[in-house]
Write a protein that binds this ligand. Structure first.
Ligand SMILES: [Zn+2]
Length: 95
């Protein structure tokens, strides 16, 4: 899942583990989804114990690294990496 953390430097959206509910640190999480006909809910989990728990409970799953998920979301939302960077720069200025 995604949550927004209110910190000194601003409001920071970040991935949270759907199993242990802790914030997922950079490079230490994956996204997981189940094979289905039309769509599937996506969960984000810590690598290791949490991802093994989800995979063992769900049976067959697909998974990938979170940076790949971000790339797919940018592409599939019809925006570009340049637009994302521009929007993030704008949000930095209004904090
Ligand atoms: Zn976890």
């Amino acid at each position: 899942m995604i949550r927004v953390f209110f910190e000194k430097q601003g409001h920071l959206p970040a991935f949270v583990c759907d199993v242990c509910k802790k914030r997922i640190e950079s490079g230490k999480g994956i996204y997981v989804y189940l094979p289905d006909e039309e769509s599937s809910e996506v969960v984000t989990v810590c690598k290791g114990e949490c991802d093994r728990k989800v995979k063992s409970q769900a049976g067959r799953t697909y998974w990938g690294e979170i940076p790949a998920l971000l790339g797919f979301l940018i592409h599939n939302s019809g925006t570009t990496h340049e637009e994302v960077k521009s929007d993030m720069d704008f949000n930095d200025r209004v904090r």
